[in-house]
Design a protein around this ligand. Structure first.
Ligand code: FAD
Length: 195
């Protein structure tokens, strides 16, 4: 009988959850699948763009992470502080160590709006729940004027959300009587293929 492979996945976001469930489904009892993640809540980030326009309530866009893992997956709610690839060992904040045969790193990307000169304090975004809620307040108080919706250059998750948001924002503002004078401007040449 083939030996049991131990797979350790770091990250309990979309990628870690999908890899864990798919792997367990395909490997069954041939693999031990363990996920380490430190999320209090698993957010469906795609919903963040609807929150500023009151098309979704924030309570609709999250679930407890443990709810999303299929049976047979070991979920450890902790933070990874060190990976030792030579010894195939991962150290958690509590000091506990976990060994593995295969390691999947699915710890996500870090947003860095502060690296865009002038962004903080002037611009808004909907890439986190908190920022989406702040943008809701702003959109609520917007009385008309020039609303510029653009996108930073560089890697950005789900680039078409900018345009989806722009179209929905126009409807939203028209419905509340703050009809904007709309100019459809595509600030990033990379995105022109979308239209
Ligand atoms: C507005 C918006 C709309 C989008 N729409 C779509 C769409 O329609 N379709 C689509 O496919 N994608 C969409 N995306 C993109 C998609 O949401 C992301 O690509 C996806 O959520 C990334 O998942 P991830 O697991 O890689 O990262 P994350 O979701 O960031 O998960 C990483 C996880 O790792 C954990 N973690 C990090 N470091 C550690 C550590 N040291 N120890 C333990 N745990 C750790 C974190 O707590 C987190 O839970 C959208 C994104 C946004 C913002």
């Amino acid at each position: 009988m083939a030996s049991l492979a131990s797979v350790l996945i770091i990250g309990d976001g979309t990628a870690g959850t999908v890899v864990a469930n798919k792997l367990k489904f395909l490997a069954g009892k041939r693999a031990e699948v363990r996920v380490v993640g430190n999320s209090q809540r698993h957010y469906y980030k795609g919903d963040f763009m609807f929150i500023p326009l009151k098309l979704k309530d924030y309570k609709e866009c999250y679930k407890p992470p443990e709810f999303l893992f299929n049976a047979g997956i070991d979920y450890v709610k902790e933070e990874v502080v060190r990976v030792n690839v030579d010894q195939r060992l991962v150290t958690l904040r509590s000091g506990r160590t976990l060994s593995y045969d295969y390691l999947v790193i699915a710890s996500g990307a870090r947003l860095a709006p502060e690296e865009v000169p002038g962004f903080e304090g002037e611009a808004r975004h909907f890439y986190t729940l908190q920022r989406a809620m702040e943008l809701q307040e702003y959109m609520d108080s917007f009385q008309g004027g020039n609303l510029v919706i653009g996108q930073c250059a560089g890697p950005i998750s789900y680039p078409s959300s900018t345009f989806e948001f722009a179209l929905m924002a126009r409807d939203y503002l028209e419905s509340k009587g703050a009809a904007p004078e709309v100019q459809d401007t595509l600030p990033d040449a990379q995105l022109r293929h979308l239209f």
